[in-house]
Design a protein around this ligand. Structure first.
Ligand code: ADP
Ligand code: MG
Length: 912
């Protein structure tokens, strides 16, 4: 702690001082509320709602509302929120991040602000990292809310639209970040408001907020459909890349790339995660693909595929970055070690890896909608979060999300011992030391949790332990429920658990073991199905006999195990509590802190130590020259820890470097997404207006007006009047579309008089009249419906193309090697132009389609149905003939078929 913070206190100390008086008020109500009957306590909800309607604010009623929840939680769950939990709840209500250590009871904390804010009737979202936790929390905490008369919903995978709507309509909705983000995107693709599921973004409480807003923020959410591009080129690029020789640069020879004498076809920079062809590699590529010049723009597709192929070979490691499972490439989350099912690397890298691993290469998909988590969560009027580890990311939370962090004191003092790192010269030496430590703990029965950074290391350690005959649980990326179960038992006497970082985040490790999980195992032994067990341990309301009996058995077993565990917990405490071993420093200090925090919860004893070797990636890549030199100088054997003060500093420095690099990467993702976000907001907002029943006719008439006046202006070409030829030309484009032939005609005399405004007026009047006529024929309600659907469809089609075009633009701009221009500025400028073009294209296309709408006669519809059903026509001889394609000849002066409203020769036909 620096001297200044010692004197003045930290930011959190300062902020807490302002919160204590509010906590005092809540605590002062304790006795009064204890004396209430259940009915009286439940009546508070209606009273609060009324007071809010009469002008009081949520801040005004906070002490009473919190006191109500506190009392209810005690009665319903047997948990009475501690003072620090009340404080955490206040911080959340204030729209900030509450940093509360693992085991402090954050799940319960969230009920306090959730109840208070739900009283306004606008809906509160509680967001967790996975389905398992969302379900657990909604059932468990849902009991308190239901007791108080609020409804609770749950958003997880595999729900129908109706179920989602019901869940979002609830006062409080628990759900995962992925599902909520996807629901938002899907809502904005709906054609009817009744198909939408969310009802606004009022207040969100994000659990494990660093995991969701920081770790997950680098991969945006994408809804995609099937694209048309072929996949063949990936296999070819792979065949080519597989025979190349690579060269991996290390810290000290950054210059290798420019070295012409280097004996390699491509150079890999592990630090920057890039792979680049050398001159020799380029020559080989040109020969392989039969090209004259690989850097020629017309070969850019091949060049792109080659680049992804060598990237797949050079920088992407199997079982570290991804795994191959059932013929699919699954990304491994580098922070959690979890498999990210359904996520794909973008820009063809995923396909390149598929080709490399010889699994079937999936079609490139077309993005239909996309958003980053940053921009999704910024939609909320009020955002708050909780986690054990946020402070290291203070800057990011404040600049990106405008969230400040208040560190909440623990309920009981932390007595965990955090040891200095043990640094070894080699990886082998390090692992031997780790095994020695595990053995030492194991002998006295002290449970050990070993954290590993990758699946590969995780399995390696497992093998070493097996060789030593130490029984252990190995955990890497399984399903969340299993994961939670194993982690929950990590505190048993003598347990050894090896897990990838943060496996089972959100699950409490209790010393002596977790009674709940042991009781569950008993139910399983009693022959109960997994579903029944889930019901038996769940909190959902039910009257089912079987479930109620199972619950009775569960409660009985739970009580038994709790008694046993109490004794075992004491033995574990004597042995020193949970021992945490880190086998490598993670890129981010936060992840290390998260691992440490699993020990010493609620005042338990515990100990942590990180084991590091100078050969670890982090040290090798970011340790700097001093570390490298030292490696050579040191005359220490492998098994002796190196104790050098500067090493600890070097490690932390390396971590800060990587952290800020990652922050920059996320910031860059966001900077680009921000550009699109503005456009997305405009599009989604206008869509919403249409869905909410805006009168579209007016808009359509304005669009028609704009389209016609553009056409007219184009044909006037800056002149005061129109000549006969141009007039004919102009008429050809408007007649038959905006109004029937011969509706408007000008004599040569008239033409000499008419200005552009006159002509526009004449045309638009005719077009409006024609539209009225159509409306009469269709009837107004039908016309309104057609307008809505056509407008939304056109907007969606163009917007989806625009998303892809923006991605291409971004890629293109990155490839442009102009040192002087800031790529983001170029991107902003060009994408704005593209957006404006898209808007005007949407307008003319919508108008065009609406004016082309015809009422179909009965037999016409019938004929079409038959044609559609068969797809082909059958000739007299019974052979199947392909329907002849109707080719439309477009004249150079005809309107361009792309719907731009320009002449073909001035638009798509420019080079024809
Ligand atoms: P966190 O998310 O902060 O790591 P959890 O919400 O998972 O912690 O809670 C950890 C454990 O603490 C749970 O078993 C819970 O039942 C218990 N707990 C939480 N609040 C209280 C309380 N006020 N009194 C007693 N036990 C509590
Ligand atoms: Mg938690």
């Amino acid at each position: 702690m620096g001297l200044l913070t010692k004197i003045f206190g930290t930011y959190s100390d300062h902020e807490l001082k302002k919160i204590y008086p509010i906590a005092d008020k809540i605590e002062a109500l304790e006795e009064e509320y204890k004396a209430l009957t259940d009915a009286q306590l439940q009546a508070k909800t209606a009273e609060f709602k009324e007071r809010l309607q009469n002008g009081e604010t949520t801040d005004d009623i906070l002490p009473e509302a919190f006191a109500t929840v506190r009392e209810a939680a005690d009665r319903v769950l047997g948990l009475r929120p501690y003072r620090v939990q009340l404080i955490g709840g206040i911080v959340l209500h204030q729209g900030r991040i509450a940093e509360m250590k693992t085991g402090e009871g954050k799940t319960l904390v969230a009920t306090l602000p959730a109840y208070l804010n739900a009283l306004t009737g606008q809906g509160v979202h509680i967001v967790t990292v996975n389905d398992y936790l969302a379900k657990r929390d909604s059932e468990w905490m849902g009991k308190v809310h239901r007791f108080l008369g609020l409804s609770v919903g749950l958003i997880i995978h595999d729900l129908t639209k109706a179920q989602r709507q019901a869940a979002y309509a609830a006062d409080i909705t628990y759900g995962t970040n992925n599902e909520m983000g996807f629901d938002y995107l899907r809502d904005n693709m709906a054609l009817y408001a009744s198909e939408q599921v969310q009802r606004g973004h009022h207040f969100a409480i994000v659990d494990e907020v660093d995991s969701i807003l920081i770790d997950e923020a680098r991969t945006p959410l994408i809804i995609s459909g099937m694209g048309e591009k072929s996949t063949q080129l990936y296999d070819q690029a792979e065949q080519f890349a597989a025979r190349l020789k690579k060269y991996v640069v290390t810290e000290t020879d950054d210059k290798a790339e420019e070295d012409p004498a280097i004996d390699a076809d491509y150079v890999v920079d592990e630090k920057a995660k890039t792979a680049t062809l050398t001159a020799r590699g380029i020559a080989k590529a040109e020969e392989f693909f039969g090209l004259e010049n690989l850097s020629d723009p017309e070969n850019s597709t091949i060049a792109h595929h080659i680049n992804q192929a060598i990237k797949a070979h050079g920088t992407m490691k199997r079982d570290v970055d991804y795994v191959v499972k059932d013929g699919e490439i699954i990304i491994v989350d580098e922070f959690t070690g979890r498999l990210m099912f359904g996520r794909r690397y973008s820009e063809g890298l995923h396909q390149a890896i598929e080709a490399k691993e010889h699994v079937s290469v999936q079609r490139e998909s077309k993005t239909l909608a996309t958003i980053t988590f940053q921009n999704y969560f910024r939609l909320y009027n009020k955002l708050s979060g909780m986690t054990g580890t946020a402070l290291t990311e203070e800057e990011e939370f404040s600049t990106i999300y405008k969230l400040d962090i208040v560190e909440i004191p623990t309920n009981r003092p932390v007595i965990r011992i955090d040891n200095e790192d043990s640094v070894y010269k080699t990886e082998n030496g390090k692992y031997r030391a780790v095994i020695r430590q595990i053995k030492a703990c194991h002998e006295k029965g002290q449970p050990v949790l070993v954290g590993t950074v990758s699946i590969e290391k995780n399995e390696l350690l497992g093998k070493l332990l097996t060789r030593e005959g130490i029984k252990h649980n190995l955990l890497n990326a399984k399903n969340h429920e299993k994961e939670a179960e194993i982690v929950a038992q990590a505190g048993k006497f003598g347990a050894v658990t090896v897990a990838t970082n943060m496996a089972g985040r959100g699950t409490d490790i209790m010393l002596g073991g977790n009674a709940e999980y042991l009781a569950k195992t008993d139910l399983r032994k009693a022959g109960m199905s997994d579903e029944l067990i889930a019901e038996a341990t769940g909190y959902a309301e039910t009257e089912d006999e079987e479930i109620l009996n199972a619950r009775k058995l569960f409660a009985e077993k739970l009580r038994q195990h709790k008694e046993e565990i109490a004794g075992e917990a004491d033995r574990v405490r004597q042995a020193g509590g949970l021992f945490i071993i880190g086998t490598e420093r993670h890129d981010s200090r936060r992840i290390d802190n998260q691992l440490r925090g699993r020990a010493g919860r609620q005042g338990d004893p515990g100990e942590t130590r990180f084991y590091i070797s100078l050969e670890d990636d982090l040290m090798r890549l970011f340790g700097g020259e001093r570390v490298t030199n030292m490696m050579e100088r040191l005359n220490i054997d492998e098994d002796t820890p190196i104790e050098q003060k500067f090493l600890t500093r070097a490690i932390e420095q390396a971590q800060t470097t990587v952290e800020s690099r990652n922050f920059q990467a996320r910031k860059s993702v966001l900077e680009y997404d921000d550009v699109m976000n503005k456009q997305r907001e405009i599009i989604y907002d206008q869509r919403k207006q249409v869905l909410d029943g805006l009168d579209v006719k007016n808009i359509i008439m304005n669009m028609m007006n704009t389209s016609i006046s553009h056409l007219v202006a184009e044909h006037f070409a800056g002149n005061d009047h129109l000549d006969a030829a141009s007039c004919r030309e102009l008429l050809r484009q408007v007649e038959g579309l905006y109004f029937p032939k011969f509706t408007v005609r000008f004599t040569e005399e008239e033409l000499k008089e008419k200005t552009a405004a006159d002509v526009t007026e004449a045309f638009t009047a005719a077009a409006a009249a024609y539209y009225e006529q159509k409306e009469q024929a269709f009837t107004s309600p039908v016309m309104r419906e057609v307008e809505r659907v056509v407008l939304l469809r056109v907007v969606d089609e163009y917007w989806m193309d625009h998303i892809d075009a923006m991605a291409d633009l971004r890629q293109g701009i990155r490839l442009r090697a102009y040192a002087q221009t800031d790529p983001i500025i170029a991107y902003k400028k060009e994408s704005l132009d593209m957006f404006e073009e898209m808007i005007s294209a949407i307008q003319s296309e919508t108008v065009r389609r609406l004016y082309s709408v015809r009422i179909k006669k009965d037999e016409e519809i019938k004929r079409e149905r038959v044609a559609k059903a068969t797809g082909e026509s059958v000739g007299g001889d019974g052979t199947v003939k392909k329907q002849p394609r109707r080719v439309q000849k477009i004249g150079r002066n005809d309107p361009c078929p792309c719907g731009s409203g320009k002449k073909y020769k001035n638009c798509c036909g420019r080079n024809a």
